[in-house]
Design a protein around this ligand. Structure first.
Ligand code: ASP
Length: 344
């Protein structure tokens, strides 16, 4: 078995820097067969976020830049934007009012991955996950350890709770019970909806190499320390350089117990299209739960295969409210409306 640390040391001894190694690895073509729609970069959002999220990644991909830079720079857009209440800075907090972020990254050519979970105070957790992958011999680092690791790499610790997110959290807390001492304001106009969000960014470069990122603030009002599917390889994200990349959003506990993203990759390996593979995960989760009438949550899968074909499906949806995925390829920016299995 190759020892990664020894490998890195040997390469350093040979005078080859790690960024240079990453570059040469990224440039390695593992598939010389004819490829169709790549390069392509995909995210689990529609028109509103898709264009601004994918633009920096597409600019990198189309200029033959590094695949990992492309997915990271795109994922950073949502992480840094306080208007998104489900990812990074501005994300809704846990039940104590503290923002805890989960993120993972996976790189097809090396089958390597990295993740951070329940990390506090760092606006761009996917960039920390990338460093876990590239600069440690580990895969998951959580909590205080993840923050210390980020600090060691020069990340600033900042307050991630925006005023907007704090007010939503406070209203949730004040409306929890009429038996406690927290009173909601008199106007009675409270939106404490436990919204879904998260973002998956997946890409296939011009030589058919594949990478992906999932990043989130997780379930709003979660028990402190709760980790969802997003930082767990195989649940919220999976990449296989021979097959494609898959990302998930929605109720994380279901994606964890179905290994949703890994399951979709295996469906594609067995011959399904990305669309069929996404639907197969939704069907599997419904089956595990005992049928459609037992479902009171949703999950959404997005997938891209090595040829750059995409798919998207959710457990729940409605006409006009179909799950969406956006992609940028040589054909330009496009939004795909996916399928859903249960009408809500
Ligand atoms: N999957 C995320 C989690 O369970 C949340 C979401 O996608 O909305 O943490």
């Amino acid at each position: 078995m190759i020892n990664r640390r020894k490998f890195i040391k040997t390469m350093s001894a040979l005078g080859i820097s790690i960024p240079a190694m990453a570059k040469s690895i990224t440039k390695k073509s593992s598939n010389t067969s004819t490829v169709k729609n790549n390069p392509i970069i995909v995210c689990s959002r529609g028109e509103k976020w898709g264009r601004k999220v994918l633009k920096p990644g597409w600019d990198i991909l189309k200029n033959n830049g590094l695949l990992l830079d492309a997915v990271e720079k795109s994922a950073n857009v949502t992480e840094l934007d306080p208007k998104d209440t489900s990812v990074g800075y501005g994300g809704l907090p846990n039940e104590n009012g503290v923002v805890q972020l989960d993120s993972s990254i996976m790189y097809g050519p090396t089958h390597n991955c990295g993740s951070v979970a329940a990390i506090e105070g760092i606006k761009t957790p996917c960039s920390v996950a990338r460093l876990v992958m590239e600069r440690t011999d580990h895969i998951h680092i959580v909590g205080k350890g993840a923050q210390d690791f980020a600090k060691a790499h020069g990340f600033k610790v900042e307050n991630l709770l925006t005023e907007h997110a704090r007010k939503i959290w406070l209203r949730w807390k004040e409306n929890l019970s009429d038996q406690d001492d927290w009173f909601p304001p008199a106007d009675g106009n409270y939106d404490t909806h436990r919204s879904n969000g998260t973002i998956n960014v997946l890409a296939v470069d011009s030589v058919g190499d594949i990478a992906g990122i999932t990043t989130t603030s997780g379930l709003a009002w979660k028990i402190p320390g709760r980790i969802g599917d997003s930082p767990i390889i195989g649940a919220g994200l999976y990449v296989d350089n021979e097959v494609g990349a898959v990302g998930a959003t929605g109720r994380g506990e279901e994606l964890l117990r179905s290994c949703g993203s890994f399951y979709a990759i295996e469906q594609m390996r067995a011959g399904k299209s990305p669309q069929e593979a996404c639907e197969a995960v939704c069907e599997r989760i419904i089956y595990i739960n005992g049928g459609k009438d037992k479902i009171n949550f949703s999950d959404k899968m997005v997938a891209v295969n090595k040829d750059g074909d995409v798919g998207c499906a959710a457990i729940q949806g409605r006409k006009g409210g179909e799950p969406e995925l956006a992609y940028w390829s040589k054909k330009g920016f496009k939004v795909l409306k996916g399928t859903y299995l249960i009408e809500n």
